[in-house]
Design a protein around this ligand. Structure first.
Ligand code: ADE
Ligand code: ZN
Length: 334
């Protein structure tokens, strides 16, 4: 068994299925946009911002994450945010991405839905043309808000269905079970959209079941608490339901005390379709390569295990079969 090295992990072609664009807002860009848009930040400099990124749970993080997004105002801001993420992907050999965006974080501040989605999609299109990174965009509903608010957001998205492949569910998990959004997800499916949902991050394995049964998700985001339910684990193995796991996020938000306790490699060995992702890299200390590196150093992840994790990402992606075949060929050579 060859333990994967940092350089090898960076060069390994990768796919990312769980990335919040708002969570890729680096402090440097936050300051630049604040200045461009004449917005006051409650920080003096980027070091102060980074020093504030100590979280003891998901809500701690969300409070600061929603505040950071206030600097995003114009279409070009959303373009620049997305482009900065794609440039990082290029440097780390991430060849396909399926990012999330949270329209309600912006529309609730008076930013038009079109401004948000047009900036993001223009950057994704340029990412494919100029960097060769293919992508599919996923629109998330904020689960701490109402079902009605989610329906309104879906209505705003209707003229833009050509730009999104699916809908997701994020924000504060505990107390906001997936079934709160059963009807809006049914409507989204009727519109031809695919579905994913955050479940089993801080919330119980029961939420993974309801994401699957009530929201009919094609992937579960996080899902690490599935390991507490043996019947669910058997189901995940049999159906190859993908879990988009985010190791650095899980340790930063204290889902696991330490990376050495993370269950991703154990789940991989049990036959679960687990994948590696960065979630909110600007807040959690790293992008795709750093997440893989953390697994190699804390859990002695081998090259074969790293390749299996990428293969799972390809299998679980919403890319078409031709692109999946192309990406599978890319990792065969490693
Ligand atoms: N929004 C951004 N990151 C999130 C996470 N890890 N869980 C839930 N909502 C989020
Ligand atoms: Zn997430």
């Amino acid at each position: 068994m060859t333990v994967a090295t940092n350089e090898w992990l960076n060069s390994l072609p990768k796919v990312e299925l769980h990335l919040h664009l708002e969570g890729s807002l680096e402090p440097e860009l936050m300051f630049a946009l604040a200045q461009r848009n004449s917005i006051d930040l409650p920080f003096e400099n980027v070091d102060q911002v980074r020093a504030a990124y100590e979280f003891s749970n998901l809500q701690d993080f969300l409070d600061i994450y929603y505040q950071g997004a206030n600097v995003l105002i114009k279409e070009q801001d959303f373009y620049d945010l997305t482009w900065a993420y794609l440039s990082k992907c290029k440097a780390q050999n991430v060849v396909h991405v399926e990012p999330f965006f949270d329209p309600q974080t912006h529309t609730d501040r008076g930013i038009a839905f079109d401004v948000v989605i047009n900036g993001i999609s223009r950057a994704l299109k340029d990412g494919e043309e100029k960097l060769g990174i293919t992508s599919e965009l996923i629109m998330c509903f904020l689960r701490h808000l109402s079902e009605e608010a989610a329906f309104n957001t879906l209505a705003m998205a209707e003229p833009h269905l050509d730009k999104i492949i699916g809908v997701g569910l994020d924000s504060s998990e505990q107390g906001h079970p997936p079934e709160k959004f059963s009807r809006v997800f049914a409507k989204a499916r009727d519109l031809g959209l695919l579905t994913v949902a955050h479940a089993g991050e801080e919330g119980p394995a029961e939420y993974v079941w309801t994401a699957i049964n009530d929201l009919k998700v094609g992937r579960v985001d996080h899902g690490v608490r599935s390991s507490e339910d043996a019947t669910l684990m058997k189901y995940l193995v049999e159906t190859r339901m993908p879990l988009t796991v985010c190791p650095l996020s899980n340790t930063k938000l204290c889902v696991f005390d330490d990376m050495s306790q993370h269950n991703i490699i154990e789940m991989l060995e049990q036959g679960v379709c687990v994948t590696v992702n960065s979630d909110d890299p600007a807040y959690f200390g790293g992008y795709m390569t750093e997440n893989f590196v953390a697994l190699a150093s804390a859990l002695s992840m081998s090259q074969n295990q790293a390749k299996a994790l990428v293969s799972n990402g390809i299998e679980g992606s919403f890319a078409n079969q031709a692109r999946k075949d192309q990406m599978s060929d890319l990792i065969k050579g490693y």
